[in-house]
Design a protein. Structure first.
Lengths: 242, 320
């Protein structure tokens, strides 16, 4: 296996007396397609919040590309190469679709550069690759659900990440739309970007991932190939009840 | 060079020249007395908008920065006899630092909690000044104006010109912030702070920067107040009226564009002056309240939003 990009070791997070994560450890290799599943409330989003910096983990360490990042604010992690989409889309709603992409381009890629035209051209390129180019000047609060999901991914891509975390980018989409988003993620992965996919749509996450981890009540209950995961009795119990 | 020749640069230069010509030429002395107040509110509303409009952090503490600016001047004038421009520069430094400090303490609060904390800053500052005898305590301090700088005939005319220059500078700073990467970052964090942070925007740093610049400009607006009145006392220097008019001016004008606070402050402060003279000085407070209610209900995006809607009525009506 190729070298490790992200190493999460013994990470815990509690909210008051509730243990959202207890000593979770994961290693993700450069270029991997990694799936994260688990019932509602199992800690998936908390885990990626800890990785992306929206939350600080209480214990354990998170090493990305050789840097210990668990003390860093989120914007610095983004600059190191971690980008994410949000489960509930959070566009910059006062801006057009194109301007949404200019934020990471200006703050991560071309910091304080004066070449506004180049930045715009790059944003357009990303929008074209997501087939959002015709919406470039649309205010982002006028987008449909699937367009919002694509904008989330496009904005994450504009930060030129090495690790992309997709948090339920397909929830609520029709099956053709799911295929569309999956194709985008596959294309990104083929270009060398490591992808963590959190998803409830089993067909999507199982078809996409090379390796899957299942969380339940803040613990990893199973890890393996997609085929082995679906047969695992622990996983079946977590999803269907005993 | 190109920037100097831009329409904004020409407009800014023309405004300064016009103010200079007016201050040197004729006109009634009262015009300068009232014009100074209007310009002062242009500065306050513009400064307020940098944090309140672009970043969405509603600050009720304008009066604290304004008053501290005025008291910085008095302190320097009384102890060292410092000239006005030095007083103003010192006020900018002091209130800029105050902005940075209060920002550090309060900017982690969001929404209404931040706003409440800023009100507290006014009361703390006012209480401190009431109890500080050297700067006049509760009774205030009478000040003797020095002779006006040449070529101005009277001190009020000079102050009018100085405040016009400050207003142009404040607007230029606000406009620069708005159209640069700083402005995009502030708008991003106003829309959604978490996503902004995950897009590489250092949200706390940007908010502190906005708070510092905004505070410094408010302090500069307050710095000439002791000389303007020849008198300074705490209750009127820290009057909530400054907070309210700064905020109302920006909202009535429109917060998304630098021109909004300028138009709003001119409209509001001029009406206040007219009402004070023609009806009564009590009524001018009512003007602010009534206009704010009317605009929030009828034109939530302010004068600029109204103009935009009138210009493109079809585009607005055609889309759901």
């Amino acid at each position: 296996m190729s070298e490790t990009l992200l190493r999460v070791a013994q990470v815990s997070k509690h909210f008051g007396g509730f243990n959202a994560l207890s000593e979770v450890s994961i290693e993700i290799a450069q270029g991997e397609r990694f799936g994260l599943i688990g019932p509602n409330g199992s800690g998936k989003t908390t885990l990626i919040n800890c990785i992306s910096g929206s939350l600080r983990n209480d214990g354990g360490s998170i090493v990305f590309d050789g840097h210990e990042i668990s003390g860093l604010p989120a914007f610095e992690r983004t600059r190191l190469g971690i980008a994410r989409s949000f489960q509930i889309p959070r566009p910059f709603s006062s801006m057009s679709v194109l301007e949404n992409l200019l934020v990471p381009l200006e703050y991560v890629v071309h910091r304080r550069s004066m070449h506004a035209a180049d930045t715009r051209a790059e944003a357009m390129q990303i929008l074209e690759s997501m087939s959002l180019a015709d919406k470039a000047d649309t205010p982002s609060n006028r987008l449909t659900q699937v367009e919002l999901r694509k904008l989330e991914l496009a904005r994450a891509m504009a930060a030129r990440p090495r690790l992309l975390i997709s948090d339920e980018a397909m929830a609520g989409l029709s099956s053709t739309e799911v295929e569309e988003v999956l194709a985008i993620l596959r294309k990104l992965n083929a270009s060398g970007i490591t992808v963590i996919m959190i998803e409830h749509i089993m067909r999507a996450v199982m078809g996409f991932s090379q390796r899957v981890i299942c969380l339940d009540a803040g613990r990893i209950i199973c890890e393996g190939t997609p085929e082995s995961i679906v047969r695992d009795p622990e996983v079946q119990k977590a999803y269907l009840g005993a | 060079m190109r920037r100097l020749a831009s329409p904004f640069g020409i407009g800014a230069a023309a405004t300064v020249v016009l103010a200079g010509v007016l201050a040197l030429g004729g006109a009634n002395e009262y015009f300068f007395f009232a014009g100074y107040v209007v310009l002062q509110f242009v500065v306050l509303a513009t400064a307020w908008n940098i944090l309140g409009g672009y970043a969405g952090y509603v600050n009720f503490g304008t009066a604290a920065f304004f008053g501290i600016g005025a008291y910085t001047s008095v302190l320097l004038f009384k102890s060292l006899g410092a000239p006005l421009l030095v007083q103003m520069a010192a006020a900018a430094v002091v209130t800029g630092l105050l902005g940075f400090g209060t920002g550090l303490l309060t900017l982690r609060l969001r929404g209404i909690f931040y706003s409440i904390a800023t009100v507290a800053v006014i009361f703390i500052a006012e209480t401190l000044m009431i109890n500080w005898r050297y700067v006049g305590g509760a009774t205030g301090l009478q000040l003797l104006r020095p002779a006006p700088m040449l070529p101005f005939e009277t001190y009020t005319r000079m102050l009018f010109f100085i405040m016009a220059v400050v207003a142009v500078l404040a607007v230029a700073i606000a406009r620069y912030i708005e159209i640069s990467w700083i402005g995009r970052g502030l708008r991003a964090l106003r829309d959604t702070e978490e996503a902004a942070e995950c897009s590489g925007v250092p949200t706390l740093r940007l908010k502190l920067l906005a708070c510092t610049i905004s505070g410094a400009l408010m302090g500069v607006a307050g710095a000439p107040l002791p000389m303007y009145l020849s008198f300074l006392e705490p209750a009127s220097s820290f009057s909530l009226n400054y907070s309210v008019v700064a905020l109302a001016g920006a909202i009535i004008g429109g917060t998304a564009h630098w021109l909004g606070p300028v138009l709003g402050a001119i409209l509001l402060a001029s009406m206040q002056q007219i009402v004070t003279v023609t009806i009564s000085s009590e009524m001018n407070v009512l003007v602010v309240g009534v206009m704010l209610v009317v605009f929030v209900v009828a034109a939530p995006d302010g004068i600029l939003g109204l103009i935009r809607k009138l210009r493109r009525p079809r585009a607005a009506a055609g889309k759901p």
